[in-house]
Design a binder for this molecule. Sequence first.
Ligand code: E4P
Length: 224
Amino acid sequence: MKFFLDTANVEEIKKADDWGLLDGVTTNPTLIAKTGRPFLEVAKEIIEILGPERPVSLEVVATDYEGMVRQARELAKLGPNVAVKIPMTPDGIKAVKTLSAEGIKTNVTLVFSPSQALLAAKAGATYVSPFVGRLDDISMEGMKLIEEIVTIYRNYDFETEIIVASVRHPEHVRMSALLGADIATIPFATMEKLFKHPLTDIGLERFLKDWNSLPEDFKPDFLK
Ligand code: E4P
């Protein structure tokens, strides 16, 4: 299972990269706006950090077919690792079909139902992004959507990869892994929480306390 970071914050990206756990980055217009920086400056920095292999999702802001295709072609020129985020609309799906035929990677975003995910796969999308947290917010079962998309894609051997998006807590990540989702795109704060367990902290403290109770000459130099 791949871990993407759901952020446009370069410092967060560098930290997650330093952990050696970063397989890609997803952004959206809200996350870009949060940085308070010019779009191209931020996008180019992220693309460079990720290198040629790991994907960076950048979103179009046009809503008509021609506009989306035009913007997607420009975004794709920014780097070989750019996946263009296209909203789940009829024009969007038509644009995905055109862009897939041109070899441009796409990520269909704002997906909230299994049938929308089916359309994205049929159009040849590289990625589909079902938003689990926003479904949970309106008392619907976000992870049920993932379960159904996984089943549908397996039934027909679709190659579109499932990015679990709108992740809010470690439980979403655990359930994504159990269900066999390809990717979870995770906010930085949630990624940090994945490391945490109170028993790990208590256990480590006790091990070190017991070790320190040993006489100094019982310890080899390299363990002092
Ligand atoms: C997906 O790629 C989106 O950037 C993101 O996951 C949206 O999450 P939110 O519901 O927390 O805004």
